[in-house]
Design a protein around this ligand. Structure first.
Ligand code: ADP
Length: 657
């Protein structure tokens, strides 16, 4: 079968791209979802950050305001008394605790003179020496005028810290009585007021108006990119900025793992779609091959000349091929599903066909030889068929019905009948021919001895009437006459034997001898025709098991035919040569004449019975000769002689002894 390359697998186009496309879209959607979640997450973080920043700022403000309030409470104890009261001192000590942002408390009278300071002025720096353009005097004045705490600008001090001051005015009975200044450390403020949980999450720093970071509180240096927030720190104000930066959040494993597993699953889906596709392609190829094989089988069934039909176990027709339909003249649809009696059964022979059908379906006939049935075509023509039935076995080895192949043998039967009739006619004819052959043979063979007898008789009578009768001569002639009479008798006996279908009476004969005798028989005739007969005998005996009468008859016939052939040629050329020799384990005799030869059209028909070119001929001679030679298991042939004329030669196997 032509296993041509399977065509483009079905669905290798867009149908196979669709799952990949869907998967791609799914991945895009997942990526978008992840991105959105991240966005929301960041937004949440930002919101939380803002909340925390505001809280922080609030916290600082609250603390600073609370601190200012505490300072205000110190006023009476520090400024209204000549010496700071014990209570004020104790309170100051509390304020100046190491973990407190307040590093120094200074109190001034209404004129701005420093009344005292704790710790003492001069240890660190002098008040009013701010690096800012705003001098302490102006802060003092502002506090005095506004009656509210005034915060000063931050200034860098040694030790990586920055201080700022708060001026809290004090009034005594409505009269400005002085100012209490607290120098506060920004670093302390931040480290004290930023709780641990806040510093776990964020880096807190304070920058001056130039953007330079003054103090910070951080746990680590690695920061989340961009997630930071700045807010003015007021109080103390004056351009101070509170900046809060979120640490890189802890790695969120769940979405990463989820994303990774989605990717993994997508890869798995892609792989399985690819495998599935391979499988489907292979399947399609197999289907294609199956289809091809089916089509090939179908084509074979359709082009079969043998009718095929299948029947189920109930005898219902389940399959017919076109050859069967053509044979019976019914279409497939008319036959399928039909149960017996079938429309193509011969109505005159229904019972026999039914019986035959049952016999075929009986398991006894399974796999047997064909059965001949007579059917009828749709057009009424008779149909002789040979049916070979075999069990129909399915793939599981169960018999599901019967499969029959039907051969149309109508023509074959017709030819057989014709041949039989012809043979009968031929038999009758051949019987007639045999009888005719015998009659003609008898006439032919008897003709010669009888003519010889008549001739000898005439010779005797002539001699007697002329008184020339010589006793020896008469005896010799009468002896020859007697021989011819005997030969006539032998011929009749042989015909008689032949009629009784007897076999040749074989005996061991020397062919040299027999040829000499035959020449003796034809001698009178040859002399009359002026034909010289030459005989070349074999050196030594040429023995063969033969019927001498029959072979002599063959010899005489061949010699006579040769003499007949030389009838019209000049006298000096009339010469007949007979030779005997041994060849191929047998004896060969040739009779050569110098006659006119044999024309090709004559040669073809030479051995046919009744074929003759002579007016008085019977045309049986050569036919009988060949029969005789063949009955001796020999051969008879002829050929043109090289110097004109014809050579007839027969060969007979030598005798056994
Ligand atoms: P018949 O001699 O009665 O004609 P045969 O069967 O012996 O019948 O010969 C058939 C024919 O074959 C003859 O009529 C003759 O034409 C041809 N024939 C036979 N022998 C010779 C021969 N030696 N030379 C030429 N023709 C021959």
């Amino acid at each position: 079968m032509n296993r041509k390359a399977p065509g483009r697998p079905l669905g290798s186009g867009w149908r196979w791209r669709l799952p990949y496309l869907m998967l791609g879209l799914f991945l895009v959607a997942i990526a978008a979802l992840v991105w959105l979640i991240r966005e929301y997450d960041e937004e949440d973080q930002r919101t939380a950050l803002i909340g925390d920043v505001l809280w922080m700022e609030q916290n600082l403000r609250f603390h600073l305001e609370k601190g200012a309030e505490l300072l205000a409470q110190l006023g009476p104890g520090l400024l209204d008394e000549p010496q700071p009261s014990a209570a004020a001192q104790a309170q100051m000590q509390r304020l100046l605790q190491p973990d407190n942002p307040v590093v120094q408390v200074i109190w001034m009278d209404s004129a701005g003179r420093i009344r005292g300071a704790l710790p003492m002025i001069g240890e660190n720096r002098r008040i009013g020496e701010t690096e800012d353009a705003t001098p302490a005097a102006s802060l003092f004045r502002l506090a005095k005028v506004s009656g509210r705490p005034v915060f000063g600008p931050a200034y860098q001090v040694l030790g990586d810290d920055a201080y700022f001051e708060v001026y809290v005015p004090h009034y005594r009975a409505g009269e400005f009585a002085g100012v209490i200044v607290a120098v506060q450390s920004l670093r302390e403020l931040v480290s004290r007021e930023v709780p641990w949980w806040f510093s776990e999450k964020y880096r807190v720093s304070i920058s001056d108006p130039t953007g330079q970071e003054i103090v910070s509180k951080s746990k680590a240096a690695i920061l989340a990119h961009g997630l930071e927030y700045t807010i003015p720190l007021d109080p103390p104000g004056r351009g101070l900025v509170l900046k809060i930066t979120a640490y890189r959040g802890e790695v969120r494993w769940v979405p990463i793992l989820l994303g990774a597993s989605i990717l993994l699953l997508a890869a798995g889906i892609m792989w399985s779609v690819w495998r599935l596709r391979l499988h489907v392609v292979r399947r399609q190829e197999a289907e294609h091959a199956l289809h091809e094989a089916y089509a090939f089988r179908r084509a074979m069934e359709d082009s079969l000349l043998t009718g095929l039909r299948a029947r189920d176990m109930d005898g219902r027709m389940i399959y017919v091929n076109p050859a069967f339909c053509r044979m019976v003249g019914y279409s497939e649809s008319e036959l399928l599903g039909r149960k017996p009696p079938m429309p193509y059964w011969d109505p005159d022979d229904l019972e026999r066909t039914q019986a035959l059908h049952e016999y075929i379906l009986s398991s006894a006939s399974a796999g047997g030889t064909g059965v001949e049935v007579r059917l009828r075509r749709r057009n009424g023509e008779r149909l002789d068929a040979m049916v070979f039935e075999a069990p129909l076995i399915d793939a599981h080895g169960h018999q599901t019905g019967w499969m029959g192949s039907v051969l149309d043998i109508t023509e074959q039967k017709r030819i057989e009948t014709m041949a039989r009739q012809q043979e009968e006619r031929l038999h009758a004819t051949s019987r007639l021919i045999t009888m005719g052959e015998m009659a003609s043979t008898l006439a032919h063979e008897l003709n010669q001895p009888l003519a010889a007898i008549a001739s000898y008789n005439t010779g005797c009578m002539n001699r007697l009437s002329n008184d020339q009768a010589n006793k020896e001569e008469l005896l010799m002639i009468l002896g020859k006459l007697g021989k011819q009479a005997q030969r006539a008798g032998q011929i009749i006996r042989r015909v008689h034997d032949f009629v009784r279908r007897s076999e040749p009476k074989v005996e061991q004969v020397d062919l040299n001898q027999l040829v000499t005798e035959a020449i003796g028989l034809v001698e009178p005739d040859s002399r009359k025709r002026n034909i010289r007969i030459a005989f070349i005998s074999a050196a030594g005996p040429a023995d063969a098991q033969i019927d001498p009468v029959m072979i002599e008859q063959v010899l005489v016939n061949l010699i006579r035919n040769g003499m007949d052939a030389m009838r019209d040629i000049s006298l000096e050329l009339r010469r007949l040569t007979i030779s005997v020799g041994r060849r191929d384990n047998g004896v060969e005799v040739t009779v050569r004449d110098r006659g006119r030869g044999i024309a090709p059209e004559t040669a073809e028909r030479l051995f046919e019975p009744f074929f003759t070119t002579k007016t008085e001929g019977m045309g049986m001679g050569l036919n009988i000769c060949r029969s005789i030679i063949e009955s001796h298991r020999g051969t008879l042939r002829f050929e043109a002689a090289p110097d004109g004329g014809t050579v007839f030669r027969f060969w007979i196997p030598a005798s056994e002894s």
